[in-house]
Design a protein around this ligand. Structure first.
Ligand code: 3HC
Length: 709
């Protein structure tokens, strides 16, 4: 077994280098190795200072998340104890940070007396993204070193700061910009400290400088994050810890941190958010594809269609510095598309997210054309034309004629059969689905749809391309709606039906928002477009309407009336720009439709709304898993948390189902099957996989479909 650290003594300086791949996660064994090396150095009379460094690209990614919930996480030495021992050292300890120092990795450096860094180093406390708070003294040390405001911002956003910013904030003592070896520089720095006989830092002796903080600082901060932290538990606990750092002695603050850390880490939210962390990483591994399969080079991208979707897709590539050509039939369409793109970039500049120079750089990567010959040399072509099979097939026939050998031909369909599109080409192995979500330049999810003949290296190329353009990729098999839209269908069906049964759009939105969804179904479809939903349903009409004539009746009625949602200022709500208010006409229409279809209206309990929408979503997820459209339940969760506004603090629909118990989901579905009469018998059929897992006492998490896609 390779050593987790490298220990050496250069004259009077001990160097402890972390070397535990992939990211120097502070699991029990690494903690023990650092602790033992530290003891050795502190006992060695020759050693006068200690440097902690890393041999990997990452300095340290913090606590080993996979250890959470196991005995190892608590096993000695704990991370807080290790930090404590280092802080109490009588010999100077210098952290030499060469890359990312995150979470416990950053907290370890805060316990050192000095931090020196390479320019590419970054410092962050991303615990909040895992549903927890910094638990190794970070909530108490960082405010004392860098002030309460920056500390709070870092802990609440979870976003790392650069070495330069950390230097300006007094976190880092020196940034090494020279050519010389970083470890040599660290040793020289340590030597200089010894010679200068400098006083060592101990946070127990420091106070947070609150002189510049307004009286209402904490209440103001709470109010400023209320919207984005809705439903999350950790942000409030972080604020309480930082407030304690300002008001209490160091030891009392540490005690509070420890107890709130325990509260968080034992919560379902922490389990859910950690599940999503690993889910997003697992999604990049596709069963059956050999690790190490080489990707194809992608240097030039072409997007067919300059509409909203095509423009948004093109922006992703331009923003990543990739030459992108947008092709459309008319100059006017191209001009309109390009103007929209420019206005999006300009909005980012106005919000301070982009500099003007960066905007110009992005725009310089974009070109437009009406001539198919201009895309001959593209390495990846993404079709984003109207969602109709014949139109898409016509485009693919043309692409097959024009594009160079080896080019990847992708369709941005949201529901159509990728195999039928690939079939019109002579190269179905180069054809793949890339389902971007609207707005395509913003939404992080990318569903990669694997056709029957799609080559492995095409899939691998698209997974790595997704990362290049900052998307979260999930591979799905071919079926109507793939993973996301297919599962959305029963969720939407129940929401629409509940309106006929007497629930108001506001009640449905409230229940789903209370649960944590970014928005409920009525608001979501008003935003996406009631016409878009209508057209999508036409692609699978038989399956839906033949079974149930009242299917999506309220949505279809609004469509017929031309009330398409926000874009027509009328849908489930009435709109004035983005401001919305109740649309009483919907209640009247629902009552008429209920009468037409013989549905008795009633008061609907909130719990019924939640169960019928979400349990049907989960039930379809089980079916998607069973059919191998998704290979693991965590892929479904990744889709829902990144593409459909499902709250990450619930970990996605399948994790939520595991958390509340699959037996509870199954018994509720069976109950509705009876209670809802004919309608219940039509739609409330438990998925066989759900029944099987309940019978075996298993969860979704343990199930992998090895014959997927
Ligand atoms: N614990 C366990 N495994 C970790 C890990 C961690 N802290 N950080 C990363 N990994 C694993 C990943 O799961 C992945 O494993 P895999 O190859 O088997 O899928 C592998 O390391 C590489 O990770 P990435 O694919 O994410 O590699 P990148 O190069 O893209 O990113 C990174 C590297 C920026 C370090 C990123 O992994 C990251 O952000 N890690 C999490 C950092 C974090 O949240 N730290 C806080 C931990 S909690 C804590 O410290 C509590 C303390 O306050 C007490």
């Amino acid at each position: 077994m390779t050593a987790l650290i490298n220990y050496s003594v250069e004259e009077n300086i001990a160097v402890i280098s972390l070397q535990s791949p992939p990211v120097n996660g502070l699991g029990q064994r690494l903690r023990a190795a650092i602790f033992n090396a530290y003891l050795q150095a502190s006992k060695d009379s020759k050693v006068e200072a200690i440097v902690i460094a890393s041999t990997a690209n990452v300095f340290c990614a913090g606590a080993d998340i996979s250890e959470f919930g196991t005995e190892q996480a608590l096993a000695s030495p704990s991370l807080p104890d290790l930090c404590h021992v280092i802080e109490d050292s009588s010999k100077p300890v210098i952290a030499a940070v060469n890359g990312m120092a995150l979470g416990g990795g950053f907290e370890l450096t805060l316990a050192c007396d000095f931090i020196i860094a390479l320019p590419q180093a970054q410092f962050g406390l991303p615990e909040v993204k895992l549903g927890i708070l910094p638990g190794a003294g970070g909530t108490q040390r960082l405010p004392r070193i860098a002030g309460a405001e920056l500390a709070l911002q870092m802990m609440i956003s979870g976003t790392p700061i650069s070495a330069e910013k950390a230097l300006a904030a007094g976190i880092v003592d020196c940034v090494h910009a020279g050519e010389s070896d970083f470890i040599d520089m660290a040793i020289g720095y340590a030597q200089h400290l010894i010679d200068a006989d400098i006083v060592l830092r101990n946070c127990a002796r420091l106070k947070v400088d609150t002189s510049q903080l307004p009286d209402n600082f904490f209440s103001g901060f709470r109010a400023s994050i209320a919207r984005r932290s809705r439903g999350f538990m950790a942000p409030e606990k972080i604020i309480q810890c930082v407030q304690a750092a300002c008001e209490l002695p160091f030891s009392a603050g540490l005690q509070l941190e420890a107890s709130l850390f325990q509260e968080c880490i034992q919560s379902p939210q922490a389990r859910a958010q950690q599940h999503i962390f690993f889910a997003e990483r697992a999604a990049k591994k596709v069963p059956g594809i050999k690790p190490g399969t080489a990707s194809r080079d992608i240097n030039k991208v072409a997007v067919i269609g300059a509409g909203t979707m095509g423009g948004g897709i093109a922006m992703n590539f331009a923003s990543a510095g990739i030459a992108t050509l947008i092709l459309d039939l008319s100059e006017q369409a191209l001009e309109r598309g390009l103007n929209t793109i420019k206005s999006h970039y300009l909005a980012s500049v106005q919000k301070g997210k982009l500099t003007e120079a960066q905007m110009e750089q992005c725009l310089s990567k974009l070109a437009v054309s009406t001539d198919y010959n201009d895309i001959q040399d593209a390495d990846l072509v993404i079709e984003a034309v109207f969602e109709e099979m014949q139109i898409k097939q016509r485009v693919f026939k043309k692409l097959d004629e024009i594009c160079q050998a080896g080019a990847i031909l992708a369709t941005n369909t949201s529901t159509l059969d990728v195999n039928d599109i690939a079939a019109v080409t002579q190269r179905p192995s180069d054809v793949i689905g890339l389902h971007f979500f609207s707005p395509a330049n913003v939404m992080r999810l990318l569903e990669i749809v694997r056709g029957k003949h799609t080559a492995d290296d095409v899939i691998v190329s698209m997974i790595s391309m997704a990362q290049r353009i900052n998307k979260v990729p999930v591979v799905a098999g071919v079926c109507w709606g793939f993973i996301g839209n297919r599962m959305l269908e029963p969720y939407a069906r129940e929401a629409s039906r509940l309106i006929l049964e007497g629930a108001s759009p506001e009640q449905i939105d409230n229940v789903l928002c209370q649960f944590g969804m970014a928005m409920g179904f009525p608001s979501m479809i008003d935003l996406a477009g009631i016409d878009v939903g209508y057209l999508t349903r036409q692609g699978n009409k038989q399956a839906f309407y033949a079974r149930d004539p009242s299917y999506a009746a309220i949505c279809d009625k609004l469509y017929e009336l031309g009330h398409h949602g926000q874009k027509t200022a009328r849908g489930f709500y009435l709109y004035d720009g983005r401001d919305k208010r109740a649309n009483t006409q919907v209640t009247q229409l629902a009552a008429q439709l209920a009468q037409q279809y013989g549905i008795k209206q009633r008061q609907i309990p909130d719990q019924e709304i939640l169960q019928r929408t979400l349990y049907m979503l989960v039930n379809e997820g089980a079916q998607v898993l069973d059919e191998g459209i998704a290979c693991r339940s965590s892929d479904i969760d990744t889709v829902y948390c990144n593409g459909y506004g499902f709250p990450t603090f619930r970990g996605g629909p399948m994790q939520y189902a595991d958390e509340i118990g699959l037996d509870n989901i199954l018994s509720a579905i069976n109950r509705y099957q009876i209670e809802l009469g004919e309608y219940g018998r039509q739609w409330f059929t438990p998925a066989p996989l759900l029944e099987k897992l309940v019978a075996e006492g298993k969860s979704f998490k343990t199930y992998i479909n090895n014959e997927s896609h």
